[in-house]
Design a binder for this molecule. Structure first.
Ligand code: EPU
Length: 424
C-alpha cells in the first residue's frame, strides 16, 4: 500500500502540462470496438484506469500496445470481438460500462458485469438500459451482469434522457453510430468529453449533428473505420491545479488547459480574488491574498463539475467568509468531508448541501482518499495545512492523475510517495 506524505506551507508556482482526459480516453478506447483494424489515440494519460480498460479490450480479443513515452495507445480490434467482458476487470472501473453500446451495436450481444468504480453514489444504469431498448435491444440482468442482445442491426430511434447522463449519452451515441437509420438523443450530456467522442465517431464515418448541444442527431452507418485521434485535454486535472494555485496563493501556468471548458470554474476562482489570464497554450491562475468565499452548485456541463467538488470544498475551508456548496449529481460525494473535518475544517453537511465556515487553520492528519477526486482534494488541503498530512489509498488518485506527485513537486509542493509499513 502506498501513501502520499504532504508537508504544508508551500506556494504552487511554475507550470504544469495537462494530459488527455481520463473520462474521454476511456470511452474512445471502448469506441475502438466499433471498427475492425487499428485505432490510435494520442495524448493518453499515464493513469491506472487506462491500463484496466486496455485489459478489458484485450480480454475481448483486441491487441493493445501502449507507448508510455509517446503518450499513445494503438488498439487492434478483431473482426468479431468477444461479447462478454471480464467481470473482475469491469468491477474495477465504472467506465467499462461504455463497451455495452459498441458491442451490442456491432456484434448483437454484450455482457457486462454491473460495473465498479468510485464509491460516490448509487450510480444506476436505467438510462443506458432504456435507451438501448429504444434502439431495439433486449436487455436483462443475468447473474449480476447486464446482458444486451439484438437479433439484427439496432434500429435508430428517438430517445429522451431523464437527466443528461454522461455515460448513457456515450453508450447511446456509440450504439446509434452503427444502428440503421437516425437516432436522436434529447437532453444529452454536453461535456467536452462527449463532444470529443462525437468528433471521434464522425472521423470514423458516422454522421452526427448538434455536437456540443443537448440534442444529438446520429446517422448510423453499416461500418466504421479505425482512425487516429488526439484526446481532449483533461479539464478536471486542469481545474485541480488551478484550485491548488488559488489555495496556496500561488501562480501556475496550466499548459494545454482549455479555459473554455472551465468557464464557470474560472469565473468562480476570479470571484474568489484570483487573476486568470488565458493564452494560446493554456491559462495562468495567480492570487496573492487570502481567497474570498464563493458559493458553488454542481450541475451537468456547462454547470460547475461535480469532479471538482472536493477540491473546491478544500478551497472554501481556507477562504474568508462562509460558503454554501450544493451537490446535485452524485448522492455520496460528501464522504470526503469526514476526512477534511479531521484536518480541522469547519463544515457541516445537510442533505446535498455543505456549509463551510472559515477555519483559523487546517492541521495535518492521517486521511483516506475514498475516490479519485476526494484524494486530490485531500492533497490540496495538505498543501495548506500546518505540519504533515498522510493521504492513504492513493491508488484512487493514480486512477485519474498522471504523475501527480512529480507535477506537484515541480510546482514547489513538499510531497512524496512512500510505502505504508505495517506499523504506520
Ligand atoms: N444516473 C442514473 N441512471 C443512469 C445513469 C446515471 O440515475 O442510467 C445517475 C447517476 O447515478 C448519477 C448521475 O445520474 O447520480 C450522473 O451520472 P452520469 O451517467 O452522468 O455519470 P457517469 O457516466 O457515471 C461520468 C464520469 C464521472 C463524472 C460524471 C458526471 C466517467 C468514467 N465518469 O460518470 O467521473 O463525475 O460523468 O460528470 O466518465 C471522476 O472522474 O471522478 C468521475 C466520477
Amino acid at each position: 500500500m502506498e501513501r502520499f506524505v504532504v508537508t504544508g506551507g508551500s506556494r504552487l508556482t511554475g507550470q504544469v502540462l495537462v494530459p488527455g482526459a481520463k473520462n474521454s480516453v476511456l470511452k474512445l478506447m471502448a469506441a475502438s470496438l466499433l471498427a475492425p483494424g487499428t485505432t490510435t489515440l494520442s495524448a493518453v494519460p499515464d493513469i491506472l484506469d487506462v491500463g484496466v480498460m486496455a485489459d478489458v479490450l484485450t480480454a475481448l480479443g483486441a491487441t493493445v500496445r501502449r507507448d508510455l513515452a509517446a503518450g499513445s495507445i494503438a488498439i487492434d480490434t478483431p473482426a468479431m470481438p468477444g461479447a462478454a467482458a471480464d467481470p473482475a476487470l469491469v468491477r474495477r472501473i465504472r467506465a467499462s460500462v461504455a463497451i455495452l453500446g459498441p458491442l451490442v451495436g456491432r456484434r448483437g450481444e454484450a455482457r457486462v458485469a454491473l460495473p465498479g468504480g468510485d464509491a460516490i453514489g448509487s450510480r444506476a444504469l436505467d438510462m443506458h438500459v432504456n435507451g438501448l431498448r429504444r434502439l431495439g435491444a433486449v436487455v436483462d440482468i443475468e447473474d449480476g451482469a447486464l446482458v444486451a442482445r439484438s437479433s439484427g442491426r439496432l434500429q435508430g430511434a428517438a430517445i429522451w434522457l431523464d437527466f443528461p447522463s454522461v455515460g448513457a449519452t456515450e453508450n447511446l451515441l456509440m450504439a446509434g453510430a452503427v444502428a440503421k437509420g437516425t437516432t436522436v438523443i434529447d437532453n444529452a450530456a454536453r461535456e467536452p468529453e462527449i463532444a470529443d467522442l462525437c468528433e471521434f465517431l464522425t472521423e470514423m464515418g458516422a454522421g452526427i449533428e448538434g455536437i456540443g448541444g443537448s440534442t444529438l442527431v446520429i446517422e448510423g452507418v453499416d461500418e466504421l473505420r479505425p482512425v487516429t485521434h488526439e484526446t481532449v485535454p483533461d479539464r478536471i486535472v486542469a481545474g485541480t491545479y488551478a484550485i491548488g494555485a488559488v489555495m496556496t496563493r500561488g501562480d501556475v501556468m496550466i499548459r494545454n488547459g482549455r479555459a473554455e471548458h472551465l468557464g464557470i470554474v474560472l469565473e468562480k476562482l476570479t470571484a474568489a480574488g484570483a487573476s486568470v489570464e488565458t493564452g494560446a497554450d493554456g491559462f495562468r491562475v495567480s492570487i496573492q491574498d487570502q481567497p474570498r468565499s464563493i458559493d458553488v452548485v454542481t450541475l451537468p456541463y456547462p454547470g460547475f463539475p461535480t469532479d471538482l467538488l472536493p477540491q473546491i470544498i478544500a478551497l472554501e475551508a481556507v477562504s474568508q467568509g462562509i460558503s454554501l456548496i450544493t451537490e446535485n449529481v452524485f448522492d455520496s460525494r460528501f464522504v470526503f468531508c469526514r476526512e477534511l473535518l479531521r484536518m480541522g475544517a469547519q463544515l457541516r453537511t445537510d442533505g446535498h448541501h455543505v456549509v463551510v465556515r472559515p477555519a483559523s487553520r487546517l492541521v495535518g492528519a492521517s486521511v483516506v482518499a475514498s475516490d479519485v477526486r476526494a484524494g486530490a482534494g485531500l492533497v490540496l488541503a495538505g498543501l495548506v495545512a500546518e505540519g504533515m498530512t498522510e493521504v492513504h489509498e492513493v491508488h484512487h488518485i493514480d486512477r485519474g492523475y498522471a504523475g501527480f506527485v512529480e507535477n506537484m513537486r515541480a510546482l514547489g509542493a513538499d510531497i512524496r510517495r512512500d510505502q505504508v509499513t505495517a506499523a504506520a
